[in-house]
Write a protein that binds this ligand. Structure first.
Ligand code: GLN
Length: 468
């Protein structure tokens, strides 16, 4: 879970915080130990994204999220494992190897913020920062039995977050309790001049919602989220929770989110398109892994010499064709880009870059990318309509409990289906939380997801406290 950690620095820092506590000048997070996912920049620390391409990259500035935590005297623990560039649902796509589930180490921790979820579940830290592009905070939180919050898009600054899919990416906390999540969001949220997608809305007193929860709320229950593919025990467990909420005064409202079934397809077109563009910057020149230029030049020379030799011997059309081939040979610069990226990126990241480049290419753009944008809008509209009548929407967070390490590694579509219930919230930009909802007969935890309209995190905390 923990991929780098400086003990001496942590001890020095703890001492400084202790003296502030003694003086009575300490911030609201004095001494809270918080781990940071390895793609959120901390000045002077590695930020590898669990990728070879950034394996020796160090941040030269603090992300806004880290700065805000430190300003309140949080004790930052170290850097946490993840799926490479946050692409995955199991924290197995990592140069550091998999992060195992602390509840049962033969199982995955979920992903892509698996290091964050595992570190909190194992009590390495009180809280962790993760990121959620399609479910990467909530799904590992569900698998490891902790609270995980994906705030509204634009609520928390992305400045200093290494981008995967910019119109989806959100930083959020993973914690043991809803109250801690509320406290952390209060500190993380708010306008940032360095991220023009942040909202300037005032940040409410979130803790108050977690302090005095109101049981008389309307909870939307979408039929589409309880159908085929959902583990029967998880379904029954959530139903039981809902019955209790109803007894306590909540109103359960059956609702429909008809476009939910297009969520996975829509997400994997749009997110990969954005990723292919965001990841174009890793060319091995400005920063990140660079292939050996001498090797590249030697290979190039060898190839050219071989072609020249063939041209000497050839005649007629063949000679012309080989001549054209020689003209077309990539320059050493292009080869350097290619080799650096080939060596730097893992299989899943390459798959996404190719998919994303394809859906954005001329001739396919309208059929895939533009179409997916339209479907995204329909999914958003489903939620807007539903929230006219309900405060929150409930669903399972994931269809199953944590699966075996290695089980889905060669089956990307199966891996993508882990996000079937979480992905729509990212497409719609709304907020959503995972709260532990029970233990399966297989001994593993499972979570329940609550979703609320944009900037209604208060309603999430309120409802989550009723379940907790
Ligand atoms: N599992 C999804 C993906 O691989 C979501 C990841 C995330 O939220 N970062 O894209």
């Amino acid at each position: 879970a923990l991929v780098s950690y400086d003990e001496q620095e942590a001890l020095d820092r703890a001492q400084k915080i202790q003296s502030k506590i003694d003086e009575g000048t300490a911030g609201r997070l004095a001494g809270m130990v918080i781990g940071i996912k390895d793609l959120i920049c901390e000045k002077g620390k590695q930020a590898t994204c669990a990728s070879n391409i950034l394996s020796d990259f160090e941040s030269i500035y603090d992300s806004t999220a880290v700065k805000r935590l430190r300003n309140e005297d949080a004790l930052l623990l170290g850097r946490l494992n993840m799926d490479e560039f946050a692409m995955g649902s199991s924290t197995e796509n990592s140069i550091y190897g998999p992060t195992r589930n602390p509840v049962d180490t033969s199982k995955v921790s979920g992903g892509s913020s698996g290091g964050s979820a595992a570190a909190v579940a194992a009590d390495f830290c009180t809280a962790a920062l993760g990121t959620d592009t399609g479910g990467s905070i909530r799904q590992p939180a569900s698998y490891c039995g902790v609270v995980g919050l994906k705030p509204t898009y634009g609520r928390v600054s992305r400045h200093g977050l290494i981008a995967y899919a910019s119109s989806f990416d959100c930083i959020g906390p993973l914690t043991h309790s809803v109250k801690d999540a509320a406290l952390l969001l209060e500190i993380l949220a708010g306008f940032d001049e360095n991220d023009n997608t942040t909202s300037s809305r005032t940040v409410p007193d979130y803790q108050q919602f977690a302090e005095n929860p109101d049981a008389n709320i309307r909870i939307g229950v979408p039929e589409e989220y309880f159908g085929d593919g959902l583990d029967e025990e998880i379904k029954a467990g959530i139903q039981e929770q809902l019955n209790e909420l109803e007894q306590d005064g909540a109103e359960l409202v059956p609702i429909h989110l008809p476009h939910m079934k297009y969520g996975i397809a829509t997400y994997y077109i749009l997110a990969t398109a954005e990723a292919s563009s965001n990841l174009a910057r890793y060319d091995g020149i400005r920063y990140g892994h660079r292939a050996d230029i001498e090797e590249v030049e030697q290979e190039l020379k060898k190839e050219k010499d071989a072609l020249k030799e063939q041209i000497e011997l050839a005649e007629g059309d063949k000679k012309v064709k080989l001549g054209a081939e020689l003209e077309d040979v990539d320059s050493s610069l292009i080869r350097l880009y290619k080799k650096s990226r080939t060596e730097g990126f893992g299989t899943e990241v390459k798959r996404r870059i190719m998919l994303g480049t394809y859906v954005l290419s001329a001739g396919y753009y309208d059929a895939y990318y533009a179409k997916a944008q339209k479907v995204r809008r329909l999914i958003k509209q489903d939620f807007t309509d539903a929230f006219e009548n309900v405060d929150v929407i409930v669903s399972p967070t994931a269809p199953t409990t944590a699966f075996d390490v290695g089980a889905d590694i060669d089956n990307p579509v199966q891996m993508y289906l882990n996000d079937i219930y979480t992905i729509s919230a990212n497409l719609a930009g709304i907020c959503s939380i995972n709260i532990p909802a029970g233990t399966h007969s297989n001994g593993l935890p499972y979570g329940m997801q609550l979703m609320a309209n944009t900037f209604e995190e208060g309603k999430l905390f309120n409802a989550a406290r009723l379940v907790e």
